[in-house]
Ligand binder design. Structure first.
Ligand SMILES: CC(C)(COP(=O)(O)OP(=O)(O)OC[C@H]1O[C@@H](n2cnc3c(N)ncnc32)[C@H](O)[C@@H]1O)[C@@H](O)C(=O)NCCC(=O)NCCS
Ligand SMILES: Nc1ncnc2c1ncn2[C@@H]1O[C@H](COP(=O)(O)OP(=O)(O)OP(=O)(O)O)[C@@H](O)[C@H]1O
Length: 205
């Protein structure tokens, strides 16, 4: 098995890369999806969030009001650290369980891609055999985020809560430049897939 950490700033195109890698045969485990699962109604994660941030962050139906919580944590660094302290250990445990299942089901050449939005923010790069970073210039991140409907001030607030472009590039083994077209991206991901496949074979040889 080859364990790949995939990361990129918000709006870099990380999800687009993950989708293409999945289509090529990777088992993709997604941090944002895990982050949603651990705060479903009835979970200890959601209970701790409601205790910490107050019942106002819950909707009348008991689900998390994500926009309200985002409004709190992306304007208040201490609040975001509190949220991270609740969610990050739960997210990690959720993903470890999914990876164990992938290992049981897949063969020795299985390529597991962990889509980890905040890989450069933690100390986890060493947990992976290969780190792939999706890179775009900062202003293009803003353009793409506003293009999908996020107000510019909110886009910039989230980017300010993340590592810098340079910090992400510093942990990369492979960089995917996504400043071109979707077709350019597809070609580059196919190249990277060939590279990952070769690395996976080398490990099992
Ligand atoms: C604050 C929340 C409710 C906002 O929800 P929303 O649906 O608007 O965003 P979503 O979860 O889809 O995240 C979108 C992107 O925002 C960025 N982001 C999310 N959480 C964080 C954070 N704590 N710090 C920095 N950036 C973050 C990431 O680039 C992520 O890919 C949500 O992001 C959350 O629960 N965050 C804490 C868990 C977390 O750290 N998740 C991301 C890494 S695993
Ligand atoms: N090469 C490209 N050309 C034009 N638009 C693109 C390109 N790559 C991605 N996009 C668009 O940019 C936006 C952000 O891409 P995507 O959702 O894949 O980013 P992400 O890094 O996964 O973001 P998030 O951190 O929010 O999950 C999307 O609307 C996507 O369709």
């Amino acid at each position: 098995m080859l364990r790949v950490g995939l990361t990129g700033g918000i709006g870099s195109g990380k999800s687009a890369v993950a989708q293409r890698l999945a289509a090529l045969g990777a088992v993709v485990l997604d941090g944002d999806t895990a982050a949603r699962a651990v705060v479903e109604p009835g979970t200890p994660g959601l209970a701790r969030i409601a205790e910490t941030f107050g019942p106002d962050v819950l909707r009348p139906d008991g689900t998390l009001d994500r926009a309200k919580l985002a409004g709190i944590v992306f304007t208040d660094e201490a609040a975001r650290q509190q949220l991270n302290a609740i969610t990050h250990p739960l997210i990690l445990a959720h993903i470890v369980a999914q990876e164990e299942a992938a290992l049981r089901d897949g063969g020795p050449d299985t390529i597991v891609v962990h889509d980890v939005p905040l890989l450069a923010e933690g100390q986890r790069a060493a947990d992976f055999d290969v780190v792939v970073v999706v890179d775009v210039p900062t202003e293009l991140q803003v353009t793409r985020l506003t293009g999908r409907g996020l107000p510019e001030d909110q886009a910039r607030a989230r980017m300010a809560a993340q590592a810098t472009r340079e910090q992400r590039l510093a942990i990369a083994d492979i960089v995917i430049d996504n400043s071109g077209t979707q077709a350019d991206l597809e070609r580059r991901v196919a190249e990277v897939w060939a590279d990952l496949t070769a690395r996976a074979k080398q490990r099992t040889a």
